[in-house]
Design a protein around this ligand. Sequence first.
Ligand code: C5P
Length: 233
Amino acid sequence: MKPSGRDCLIIALDVGTRAEAISLALTLAPFAAWMKIGLQLFTAEGPDLVRVIRETGAKVFLDLKLHDIPNTVARAVESAVGLDVQMLTLHLCGGTEMIRTAVSVAPDTLLLLGVTVLTSANSETLREIGITNRVSQQVVRLAKIGVDCGIGGVVASAREIGGLRKEIDRNVKLVVPGIRTPGSEEHDQKRTMAPAEAIATGADYLVVGRPITSATNPMIAAKQILEEIESAF
Ligand code: C5P
């Protein structure tokens, strides 16, 4: 069965307080089944907020982008499982041993996602840290490592979806941030794409933050993006 647009839309709750996060989660629930709690909010409000957002009925994507020694990452995955989250991220550049150890403790109810190259990075960012691959090559390289280790999904920009779909199994979910409607502000994102185009190219889930949460009317912005997603089905 094809998912609804609402099932594909993840709102990045990149706000600083519990009150703002709860208000956004309740307001945007008709348009998005998923709420993403990232580093800013988790650091400010902690695990209790994850429980509160779950209680609104949303599925929770805990975007902690774990990257540490294998044992530490695996224990953090277990802690996240205890919070009943449905998606969790780790950095694939942590390597095979770290990824496999994390996968070994993740239950089927958790979609463990591997972050490839952040959408705010470009080839200059990679060169700076000694990686000579182009972004697209590095994304595919890391995604293949993740999939070989049993990761269930990959986070990448929409511009890499085509390359990834050729190289990795169709069952591996592609989660795509850096979504911008044409003409809207890019902020710090460098590899963006419009919602309908991203879905048509093969994204399974879209992560949208500021285009909705910073809009004058977040409900109208979310509705427009949802309609765009559904137009691509
Ligand atoms: O506000 P915006 O739509 O740019 O938010 C994108 C969200 O997706 C942010 O929460 C950011 O941390 C996250 N993200 C990303 N690029 C990745 C992985 C996650 O932008 N590669």
